[in-house]
Design a protein around this ligand. Structure first.
Ligand code: KIV
Ligand code: ZN
Length: 511
């Protein structure tokens, strides 16, 4: 049996269904470019019928990204399928992904359709998709709670109608590894034309078993795994790409198969996805968490020093973690700085951007003795993902204490005006956000806010993440400073700039 496992990344589709995550065209393009470097086989770019914005984003990814298959999701409806095709028809390797639910529960209560109607719709829509697109994937949603005999019939008919890939979603994360493995085996044994299609798996993590279930499926003949970076996805998320890939690589002795993933790009991809989505990765997360290669106890440290394999089953280098020998500080020159950026993987940055980043670096080096790679990566991302600054924070001042009401005064510049406003609030950050809203003349809902330190030490940079909501859309942005109120204020203003940019990019670019 072919022992190559295809990695189907759904960060841009199911991953975008993570609560409080919303990706615009630029976000999707930036992530897609990195996924191409990671060498995923398939990128599910979105669900074009869901909104105009998603249609445009999928189209942009389809036009720009060349080597992976670009997938557009569609319900089993002619209009969805046509829209999906319109979004990806210029892709080098387009694929339409058609889905319809097949469990009794979903057919009765959600679709309100009889099984025979669902079967016919699946066949008709796969055939229709195939008439447009050379590659078609079919998913019977909630497959793991579908009566097996009915599922076999639907899969057989979908393959006959032209499905090249049949995907078996554990939509609600209900399966266990032995059960899911047996389920895949049952499909292999009972769907008579299964050898004409690739079996794909798509597991959700509601019971924390998405990765284990996917791997059990691989052991039983699945050859495509759908997964998302950092395990993003609907509810508890999808199987984490980095865990699937490193399990297959590290335990090649067991799985006897391989992926085409450039594993050295995993850390960079994880950080980029975390930065853009504003979804933090927990420190103890497997493979890409900050502690994944940290040894705390003396016994472990001693063991690793003597022989790394005592406590390390994979190397930090294999997932792209590098220890830099250069420490940059206030005396570092532009030349050394640029060389270091290149070592960190930021090679073809625009000259103006490099100048801005160098300026920020110098400011930071004045406040901090040693500037770490983490600091520099934050500065770079902060600059790369900056949208045009319509609102510019010129000044802020807070007065706060545990026995006084916090007040904040801010000055914003925008549209040629300079506006100062003051506000009280529940703490200095709340007061500052309110003063910014007053000065900008815009009211938004604060959907999420958190702050974390970048690196270690009392003088560490604070990185604030702010998500604001306006008209049901979420805009996520970050702000950096060694002062946490300033970091928060910058993040808030950046989120408003992002909002402005998305509503009116031409107008924003004119500033
Ligand atoms: O979880 C699921 O069932 C899905 C399908 C659309 C494949 O995301
Ligand atoms: Zn899903």
């Amino acid at each position: 049996m072919e022992n190559r496992i295809y990695i189907f990344d759904t960060t841009l589709r199911d991953g975008e269904q993570t609560p409080k995550v919303s990706l615009n065209i630029n976000d999707k393009l930036s992530i897609a470019k990195q996924l191409e470097k990671l060498n995923v086989d398939v990128i599910e770019a979105g669900f074009p019928a869901a909104s105009n914005g998603d249609f445009e984003a999928v189209k942009a990814v389809a036009n720009e990204i060349k080597s992976p298959h670009i997938v557009a999701l569609a319900r089993a409806l002619k209009s969805d399928i046509q829209t999906a095709w319109n979004a990806i028809d210029d892709a080098q390797k387009p694929r339409i992904h058609v889905f319809i639910a097949t469990s009794d529960l979903h057919m009765k209560y959600k679709l309100k359709m009889k099984p025979q109607e669902v079967l016919k719709r699946a066949v008709d829509m796969v055939r229709y998709a195939k008439s447009l697109c050379p590659s078609v994937e079919f998913s019977p949603e909630d497959a793991t709670r579908t009566r097996p005999e009915f599922l076999y019939k639907v899969l057989e008919a979908a393959i006959d109608a032209g499905a090249d890939i049949v995907n078996i979603p554990d939509t609600v994360g209900y399966s266990t590894p032995s059960q899911y493995g047996a389920f895949i085996k049952g499909i292999k044994e009972n769907v008579f034309n299964i050898d004409k299609a690739i079996i794909s798996v798509h597991c959700h993590d509601d019971l924390g078993m998405a990765v284990a279930n996917s791997l059990a499926a691989v052991e039983n003949g699945a050859r495509q795994v759908e997964c998302a970076m950092n395990g993003l996805g609907e509810r508890a998320g999808n199987a984490a790409l980095e865990e699937i890939v490193m399990a297959i690589k590290t335990r090649a002795d067991l799985f006897n198969c391989h992926t085409g993933i450039v594993t050295e790009e995993l850390t960079r991809t994880s950080k980029l996805v975390s930065h853009i989505t504003g979804m933090q990765v927990q420190n103890n997360k497997a493979v890409v968490g900050a502690n994944a290669f940290a040894h705390e106890s003396g016994i472990h440290q001693h063991g690793v020093l003597n022989c790394r394999e005592t406590y390390e089953i994979m190397t930090p280098e294999s997932v792209g973690l590098k220890k830099s020998s250069i420490v940059l500080g206030k005396h570092s020159g532009r030349h050394a700085f640029v060389r270091h950026l290149e070592e960190l993987g930021y090679k073809n940055l625009d000259k103006d951007k490099v100048n801005e980043i160098f300026e920020e670096f110098k400011n930071l080096a004045d406040k901090k003795k040693d500037v770490s790679d983490e600091d520099i990566e934050s500065l770079v991302k902060n600059e790369i993902f900056q949208v045009p600054e319509v609102f510019n924070l010129k000044y802020y001042q807070v007065s706060t204490g545990n026995t006084t009401v916090s007040t904040s005064t801010v000055r914003l510049e925008y549209e040629g005006k300079s506006v100062s406003e003051a506000s009280c609030g529940d703490g200095p950050v709340d007061a500052t956000f309110k003063a910014i809203e007053k000065a900008a003349g815009i009211k938004v809902n604060l959907n999420d806010y958190f702050i974390k330190s970048v690196g270690y030490g009392k003088d560490a940079l604070g990185e604030a993440t702010v998500k604001v909501e306006k008209d049901d859309k979420i805009f996520s942005a970050k702000g950096l400073s060694t002062d946490i109120v300033e970091a928060s204020a910058k993040a808030f203003v950046n989120a408003m700039n992002k909002m402005y940019y998305e509503v009116s990019p031409e107008k924003a670019a004119a500033y």
